[in-house]
Design a binder for this molecule. Sequence first.
Ligand SMILES: [Zn+2]
Length: 258
Amino acid sequence: MPEINRRRFVIAAASMLSAPMLAKGAEAQAAPQSFAGRGAIRRGVDATVTRVPTAQPLVAMTFDDGPHPNLTPQLLDMLRARGIRATFYVIGRNAARYPQILQRMVAEGHEIGNHTYSHPSLFGHSDASVLNQIDRTNQAVYAAVGRPPVTMRPPYGNLYDRQRLMLHQARAMPTVLWSIDTLDWQRPGSGVVAQRIVHGSHTGGVILAHDIHSATVRAMPAALDGVAARGFRFVTVSELIGWPRWDRRRLRLAGASR
Ligand SMILES: [Zn+2]
């Protein structure tokens, strides 16, 4: 994960990404040329969300790389017990393999994001190859739950500014990174993972974890309860950005390209 683009503590300016752009709701994920907000993208401004400026004590809990056949359902139990909605950046091939888990996510109010089909580092990929990874994943999620993701997260955070802008223009999908990193892939143990989440949480923050590590899932009860005890409320990425709840939107599949 060394390549993470740390200098970019961005800034999806609310004016750029939120409600007015998506006034057409169901059309937002339609063919790219009909995306209502596309014209609002300013040259040189990439469509990246790392944290969101908000006055409310909101945080978004995000889980990458799943779904995992055993761990993800355990995690869903923990979230359900607390009435917490999270965002799952799923790998497309896993989504295709475990559609029932995606269906449960949607039924319980969670959001599903796009984490590419086969989890490559996208540095050095052609635009066509990037779109192929995105589109195949959107298709897999759509096949499972009848709506496609509206945001993406690149594996390892690896996506050049130019690629992010390309993706936003072609698919209306912002790149969602994170502002609180559990570094759980280094396997520091569940206590450390929980501590990083509780102590790292801040208003408008996006928390990164992975639901393919058992220690991460074991960390979640203490992490979730600790964050709530500090006065934060969990929302999905769409809600944090100011968009409608993803699990309730009617979205069409865009750009069955190539
Ligand atoms: Zn990943």
